[in-house]
Design a protein around this ligand. Structure first.
Ligand SMILES: [Zn+2]
Ligand SMILES: [Zn+2]
Length: 282
């Protein structure tokens, strides 16, 4: 465990009532044992928040939503697809809370958009896997999806209501994840976690992007991670039709942002998969 994670772990344990602490530590011991049997090395625990799409309809006052009314500003309105000129669909938006333990300012507002008509690929194609620093203004190369992480106070304007996805409220709940290293793969670090989470430890299975730097020199840090079963229901009559996040399907999608928030678009979505790891006999 690295010293930073160790200190955070000790702080978390110290805050627990005695009974919970004993239970928690014995649970970790058991996990450690189980992991050893599975051939992986337990590293540390981390706190993260699971993201849940509820069945509750989002209204115009809701800021944590799939679809619904986007909270933007005059400088950063709902983006248009650079291929077809159509307004992009609001995949999701949510406010950054302090409890998320992410290195972004509390009160910032995250929005993810994609073109409904154009399947896109994620941002891995903007750089080579061995790239340490992203090219200048890398976000300009995105054509059919867009991210904003608007700083506190700058997501004041209600944009036009999204017409693509059924508006749904998002919920978050805290959980503890168990982080482990994979002996068979160099640099691999993974967390046992729900399919979708904000914060915590990103799961790098095949390529580790944790050293990636923004053009400004800031580190690209995890905002959230999802698995490929995350589908959003389309508005109207076609209620059984669903689209994947950003209209493109990948086993694991990890969204990173510049820790300095140098630009609202300084965010990147990378994809990864577990197949190669699964093929290894560990
Ligand atoms: Zn388009
Ligand atoms: Zn930056």
């Amino acid at each position: 465990m690295n010293p930073e994670a160790q200190a955070a772990f000790e702080r978390m344990v110290a805050k627990m009532p005695l009974e919970k602490r004993v239970q928690y530590l014995s649970q970790i011991e058991q996990i450690e044992k189980d992991f050893k049997e599975d051939g992986v090395q337990f590293d540390h625990t981390d706190s993260a928040h699971a993201i849940v799409i509820s069945n509750e309809e989002a209204t115009a006052v809701d800021r944590d939503t799939v679809g619904g009314v986007p909270y933007v500003c005059d400088k950063w309105p709902v983006p248009k697809c650079k291929i077809c000129g159509q307004a992009m669909a609001l995949n999701l938006q949510f406010d950054i809370r302090e409890c998320f333990n992410v290195p972004f300012a509390e009160g910032s507002h995250f929005l993810a958009f994609s073109c409904f008509a154009h399947h896109g690929d994620l941002d891995n194609n903007l750089f080579k896997d061995n790239t340490k620093q992203l090219p200048l203004n890398f976000w300009d190369a995105r054509k059919n999806h867009e991210f904003y992480l608007l700083p506190p106070g700058s997501s004041y304007r209600r944009g036009a209501e999204d017409t693509f996805f059924r508006p749904r409220l998002l919920y978050f709940y805290e959980f503890t994840e168990f982080v482990y290293t994979l002996r068979s793969l160099e640099n691999a670090l993974a967390a046992e976690s729900p399919e979708r989470k904000v914060g915590g430890t990103p799961s790098w299975w095949n390529t580790n992007y944790s050293e990636l730097l923004c053009p400004c020199g800031g580190r690209m840090k995890l905002l959230f991670q999802i698995r490929d079963d995350w589908d959003f229901h389309i508005h109207g009559e076609r209620e059984f039709v669903a689209l994947p996040f950003l209209n493109t399907k990948h086993e694991i999608t990890i969204v990173l942002g510049c820790e300095r928030q140098c630009d609202p678009r300084a965010m990147i979505a990378v994809h990864d998969f577990m197949d190669e790891y699964d093929d290894e006999e560990v």
